[in-house]
Design a protein around this ligand. Structure first.
Ligand SMILES: [Zn+2]
Length: 515
C-alpha cells in the first residue's frame, strides 16, 4: 500500500537536509547561518566516518578470513543503508558473549567485527560531544542514539541517555530501582512485586494490605480518589476503569514518547529542554513525581463530563483534554470506539507544553492553528506489526483535509489562518474544517519535498512554545523562517494535497458536517 513506503523517516532526513547546500538556502534565518555552517561541518565529519565503516565492511566481505561471518557483515551493511530512512531503535539487550563453541577462526572474525563497530561507535560519540559543545543538542542526541546502535554497551552513550546496566539488559533508572525492590514488569499488570505475580495471574488482587477478588478491588476503586495509579518511566496514569487498561494506556504513551523525541529533536533547544531530551528530567530523586506526565482516564464518558464541566463548559464535544493549568491530560473509556488517536493528540499537547516548567501563554495572539495541527498530525502515529508509521495519507484527518480543499473548496489562506488568536480559533463556526485543514498543513510542512520545510516548522513550533508575554522578543512568522511567501506556500499546499489525497477521496461521501 501507498502508506507503507510513506513511513516517516525523520531523523536522518534532517541530517541529510543539512548536508544539501541547495536546500540550505531555502531555510532563511540567514543570521543563524554561521552556526549552521558549523553544524554542517560536524555532519560532514559524520558522513566521512560512516563512509569509512562501509568501506571497511566491503573490504571484510571480500576477505576470505571473514568468510564465516558473511551474513553478519552483510546484515550490518544493510542496516547501515536502512539507517537513512528508519527511526533508530535502541536495543535493550547488552551484547551477548561470543559463543565459545564456535570454530576458532569464526571467533576471531567475530571479535574483529565487534572491534570495528566499537571503534566506529567511539568516533560517532566524539562527534556528538563536539555537537553538544557547539550548541546543537538535538543532532548530538541523534548521534548518541546511533552510537548505541553500533555498540549496545557503549557506557558513555548509555549514561547520557539515562540507561543503567541490569544483568544482560540496559534499563532506565526507574526500572533499575524497581528491579532492586523486587518488582517485575508485567505486560498486563505493570510493575508488580515478584512474589505477587502468580496470584495476580490467578485473578487475585492485593489492595489496602489484603488479598481480594478482581470484582472487589474494582468496586473499591470506582471512586476516582482511589483510582489505580500506574507508574512508568515518564508517565503516571490514574484510572478507575481497570488496572489492565491503565497499563495498556501507559504502555502506549511510553512508546509514543520514545518516538516523539526523535521526531521533534529540533524542538528541544534550550538548556532545560535539552535536559529533557537526554532524559535527565525523570532522573532526579527529589520531587520525582512532579516530573511525570500525569494522565487521568475515566471509566465512562459520563463521569468524564461531570468531573470536567467546571473546567470547560463544552466538555461534551471533546474526546480528550489537556489542561495547561494542572498539567494533566484527561480521557475516558469508550467501549464502542478505539480512541488511541485522541491519546496521541493530547499527549502531543502535553509533551510540547511541559518541555518548559514555567507557566506561560502559548499561541494566544497568533499561530494557534499549528498547536492543533501538530496534535492532529501526531494522531496518525501507528505501530503495526512492529513498524512505526506517521502521516499515513489514509488517516481520517488528512482525507478530510483533501476533501475540504478539493471538493468543498474550503481553505483559509495561511496568512489569515496564522493571524487567528486562540480564542477565535476555538470558537470558530467551522472549527472542524479548520482542524482538518491544520492537520493537512502540518503534513505538508513536515513532508513536502522530503521534508524541505520540516526544520523550519519545528523551529517555529519551538519559538511558539517558549510563550508569549513580557520580555519575549517577537518571533518570526513561518513564512519568514522558511523564506517563502505565504501565497506561494498556499499554492504548494494545494499541489501537495492534490497529489497526496486526490485518489483517496474518490468515492468519499460528504464528510460529517461539523459534528
Ligand atoms: Zn487539541
Amino acid at each position: 500500500m501507498k502508506h507503507s513506503t510513506k513511513t516517516i523517516l525523520f531523523v536522518v532526513i534532517l541530517v541529510t537536509l543539512f548536508l544539501c547546500p541547495v536546500q540550505e538556502e531555502t531555510f532563511a534565518a540567514r543570521r543563524r547561518k554561521s552556526s549552521k555552517r558549523s553544524l554542517q561541518s560536524y555532519l560532514q565529519q559524520y558522513s566521512v566516518v560512516q563512509k569509512k565503516l562501509t568501506d571497511k565492511l566491503d573490504q571484510m566481505i571480500v576477505t576470505p578470513e571473514y568468510e564465516s561471518i558473511q551474513d553478519d557483515l552483510k546484515q550490518w551493511k544493510k542496516s547501515y543503508q536502512l539507517a537513512s530512512h528508519q527511526i533508530a531503535k535502541i536495543p535493550v539487550k547488552a551484547q551477548p558473549a561470543i559463543e565459545s563453541s564456535l570454530p576458532e577462526a569464526e571467533i576471531r572474525a567475530q571479535n574483529e567485527l565487534r572491534r570495528v563497530l566499537r571503534k566506529h561507535a567511539i568516533e560517532i560519540y566524539k562527534i556528538s560531544q563536539r555537537l553538544i559543545k557547539a550548541g546543537h543538542p538535538s543532532y548530538a542526541y541523534f548521534l548518541v542514539r546511533e552510537v548505541i546502535r553500533y555498540d549496545s554497551d557503549n557506557k558513555s552513550a548509555r549514561r547520557l541517555l539515562g540507561y543503567v546496566r541490569k544483568g544482560d539488559s540496559w534499563v532506565t533508572p526507574y526500572a533499575a530501582q524497581m528491579y532492586r525492590n523486587n518488582y517485575v514488569w508485567h505486560k498486563q499488570f505493570g510493575w508488580l512485586k515478584k512474589s505477587r505475580v502468580a496470584q495476580y495471574e490467578k485473578g487475585q488482587r492485593y489492595y489496602r494490605g489484603r488479598w481480594m477478588s478482581v470484582a472487589k478491588e474494582t468496586a473499591a476503586r470506582q471512586d476516582f480518589r482511589h483510582a489505580w495509579q500506574i507508574r512508568t518511566d515518564h508517565y503516571l496514569v490514574k484510572t478507575n476503569h481497570s488496572l489492565e487498561k491503565g497499563v495498556e494506556i501507559a504502555t502506549k504513551l511510553e512508546e509514543f514518547y520514545q518516538h516523539f523525541f526523535q521526531v521533534f529533536i529540533g524542538f528541544f533547544n534550550s538548556p532545560e529542554q535539552m535536559a529533557k531530551l537526554f532524559d535527565k528530567g525523570s532522573r532526579s530523586r527529589s520531587g520525582r513525581l512532579k516530573n511525570l506526565y500525569e494522565v487521568h482516564y475515566y471509566r465512562t464518558r459520563d463521569e468524564y463530563n461531570r468531573k470536567l464541566i467546571h473546567k470547560i463548559s463544552r466538555i461534551n464535544i471533546t474526546d480528550g483534554l489537556y489542561f495547561t493549568t494542572d498539567r494533566t491530560a484527561y480521557f475516558y473509556h469508550d467501549p464502542k470506539q478505539d480512541k488511541t488517536h485522541t491519546l496521541y493528540h493530547e499527549a502531543t499537547h502535553q509533551l510540547l507544553y511541559e518541555s518548559i516548567k514555567q507557566e506561560r501563554r502559548v499561541a494566544y495572539t497568533r499561530d494557534f492553528w499549528l498547536l492543533e495541527g501538530i496534535a492532529c498530525y501526531m494522531e496518525s502515529f501507528q505501530k503495526k506489526d512492529g513498524e512505526i508509521s506517521l502521516g499515513n495519507p489514509e488517516y481520517n484527518r488528512f482525507r478530510e483535509a483533501g476533501y475540504r480543499f478539493l471538493v468543498n473548496r474550503y481553505y483559509i489562506p495561511l496568512e489569515k489562518l496564522s493571524a487567528i488568536p486562540s480564542e477565535d480559533y476555538k470558537s470558530h463556526p467551522e472549527i472542524r474544517k479548520n482542524y482538518s485543514q491544520s492537520a493537512g498543513l502540518v503534513k505538508f510542512f513536515m513532508e513536502y519535498k522530503d521534508g524541505l520545510y520540516r526544520d523550519a516548522l519545528i523551529q517555529h513550533l519551538s519559538n511558539i512554545y517558549k510563550g508569549e508575554g513580557a520580555g519575549r522578543i517577537r518571533y518570526p512568522t513561518l513564512a519568514e523562517l522558511i523564506g517563502v511567501k505565504y501565497q506561494i506556500l498556499d499554492r504548494q499546499y494545494g499541489e501537495f494535497i492534490l497529489k497526496e489525497e486526490a485518489d483517496l477521496i474518490k468515492g468519499m461521501v460528504e464528510v460529517d458536517p461539523d459534528e
